[in-house]
Ligand binder design. Sequence first.
Ligand SMILES: *Cc1c(COP(=O)(O)O)cnc(C)c1O
Length: 386
Amino acid sequence: MRSLDEFAGEKLASLDRASLRRTPTVTARAGIWAERDGRRLLSFSCNDYLNLSQHPKIIAAAIEATQRYGIGAGASRLVTGNHPLYTELEERLARLKGTEAACVFGSGYLANTGIIPALAGPDDLIVLDELSHACIHAGAKLSGAEVHLYRHADTAHAGTILAKHRAAKKRALIATDGVFSMDGDLAPLGELSDIAKRFDAWLLSDDAHGLGVLGGGRGSAFARGGAQAPYEVPLQMGTLSKAVGAYGGYLCASRAVIDFMRTRARTFIYSTGLPPPVVAAAIAALDVIETEPAYAAEPLRKARLFTRALNLPEAQSAIVPVIVGETEAALSASELLREEGFLVVAIRPPTVPAGTARLRFAFTAQHPDSDIDRLAGIVRQRVTRH
Ligand SMILES: *Cc1c(COP(=O)(O)O)cnc(C)c1O
């Protein structure tokens, strides 16, 4: 169809004019290294925070599951795709998060676009942190509920919205990232939990970047640490594709909520189960996270080496942004680091707001401290220039 190709061509041309066209680059990863265009680079652009995606024990678990159960699940979980490994994974997740039950979805994106519309509909109110991940916004939109955004981490603003709109609505949901994916800061879960209780709203936290990294590996609701009780978050969502190094999404919640998801979340019902090797890998990864808390603490320690060296506010997670401003400046800073042997992908609109294009550094357990020093030195001298 000519009109179709013209449409796509014009859209691409306008993206090119703004340096906003995006294309996947072939990348072969090996541990902390990434090979691109024949060049081996030390990668700070990978969410494999514990380097578990290539851990020998986890690979072995995946191979064993493949030999036993094959690759594909063959059907959705409510038909015949609910292979035996799922039960173990869900029990392990619930135990780690201290909830009654857990439900595994095909991915984090599928989790949020299933969970949110199952809980909220046209008579309801959804209140979101404006910087919530794209799949939270997508889930909210799919639900048909009235959606309001509060300014990033501004709980007073969230409270104002609820005070104004809650009474007219049947149910209310507050959703936020636990660790913000492009800024690395933490949601004010304690205050949000108080507000949620005050307005009878249900709090969902997306812990994609917290699981395995914060709170002894248990995630951002446990980030206070020590003897302090975890924050009360009745809907603890997350992904198995980042620190867990595998694939899939999950929700940890009460037994009633989980049973309800299994019968009403459309992305759970109408999508094929995860491949058995992926589920086996996730279980093996949770073993590492549960038994090696000192290892799980490494990404944050590494991120803090970097923020200290650059005099940035102390890292709160494994993610540290260095905001550069314009898209072109972020792209050229990324290119400069590439020449020095580092892979640090530039993040630009629409992933982040216009004018806040940035380098996003993701620290992993196995990054050598000496390389972090060298990287910080280059960033200080040639990117931030102070
Ligand atoms: C990556 C991410 C997701 C999506 O998870 P996938 O398993 O990759 O689909 C959801 N929420 C946040 C905050 C993320 O960073």
